[in-house]
Design a protein around this ligand. Sequence first.
Ligand code: FES
Ligand code: FES
Length: 159
Amino acid sequence: MQKEALRLRVNGSLREALVPHHRSLLDFLRDDLELTGTKRGCDDGSCGACTVLLDGCSRLSCITLAHGVPGRSVTTIEGAGQPGRLSDLQLAFISEGGLQCGFCTPGMVLAAGALLQRIPHPSEEQVREGLSNNSCRCTGYGRIVQAVRRAAGAPEETP
Ligand code: FES
Ligand code: FES
C-alpha cells in the first residue's frame, strides 16, 4: 500500500506520519494516533459519532481523507477543554442528563462547542439545527438541547 508523508496539528501538537492515500481521518486518529474518543458509528457520514473540529468547525472524520486536510488543526474530544478538567459544556451534559450510553457524546460535545463559538446564546431551534448531523439513540435530544443552552447561560427550565 502506497503511503505518503502527512503533517497535521492534532490537539495542539504537530503529528507526522506515513499514511496511505485513502486512509480516512477517523482511521488515522483512532488507529494511528490511538485517539479512540472519536467514535466510529455508521462510517458513512450519517450519524455524527466521528465528529471532530477542523480549524474550529465540525467535520465528520469518517468521510474526510487524512490527506485531504494537510497542515490543518484537528481537535478531538481528548483535546477539548483542559487536561484533567472538564469544560463547562461537558459539565452541563452531565448535570442536565445529556448523556446515557455516551457513544454519541464526544461528537455531540464537539459539535455543540463549535455551535456556541458561532452562536453564543442559541435558541432551542438553533441548537437542534446545529446538532442535526449528530444522532443519539438514548436521550431523545431534549436533555442535550437543555445542556447546551445551560452551558450558554440560559436559565434553568422549570418542568
Ligand atoms: S461514523 Fe462518521 S458519521 Fe457516522
Ligand atoms: S447517549 Fe447513547 S447514543 Fe447518545
